[in-house]
Ligand binder design. Sequence first.
Ligand SMILES: O=C(O)[C@H](O)[C@@H](O)[C@H](O)[C@H](O)COP(=O)(O)O
Length: 260
Amino acid sequence: MSAPQVVVHRDKELMAKAAAARLITKIVDAQAARGSASVVLTGGRNGNGLLAALAASPARDAVDWHRLDLWWGDERFLPAGDPERNETQARAALLDSVPLAPARVHPMEPAGGRFGNDADAAAEEYALELAAAAGPEDHAAVPSFDVLLLGVGPDTHVASLFPELPGVYEQERTVVGVHGAPKPPPTRVSLTLPAIRAAREVWLLAAGEDKANAAAIALSGAGEVQAPAAGARGRSRTLWLLDEAAAAQLPRDLYPPASA
Ligand SMILES: O=C(O)[C@H](O)[C@@H](O)[C@H](O)[C@H](O)COP(=O)(O)O
């Protein structure tokens, strides 16, 4: 697992734009090298802020949208089209504006869908979908995602893995149902840390002073059960993308200023 790198930008707007530019380049490089790219999306303000910045980027269509596989790191287990679903928000921020191949967009099943209100069944189905997409060279039963995006909660949660709750202890399954999440809605579906750690690169997005404590804890060697973000590492890269407010409690030797 790769040690965390930290890049700090002036504010959340610049962080979103810089992260979007970074993601475009990563996708273009992956498509040039392997003919396609695979990205895992995250919910929340920073995740959707990155997607909105990407939609507005002048370099947006350097991406071959038809050869991009999109997955989700977690989903709020709500009915299809619910404005609070991560899929709904991602479609509004970017996905509905670009020519993706529908078969290559993999949302997690909504509540009231094929599995009714059974989030655990929805999780099992997503694990099967991931396993079916994995190749012989892939790690765990998931595809080798080029970039797996994660927002970071003020309690250091990532995806829907919350400190000390059952999901963060999961070491076998790649996707779990989450019940009683402290961040509403209480029922969710989430990748687990083993699935997250199968990604080539994991990028953690945190902006705002309400994330300063979480970033300091997660980057200070805390354990993944108490601080799930600490366990979110990529096989070849782990990148924390922060704004100055979120980096305020980090030791200065952890990062040089990345932008004016
Ligand atoms: O379903 C969700 O809410 C997200 O997947 C969650 O993991 C989010 O990324 C963090 O809570 C950070 O959210 P903000 O960026 O809005 O602070």
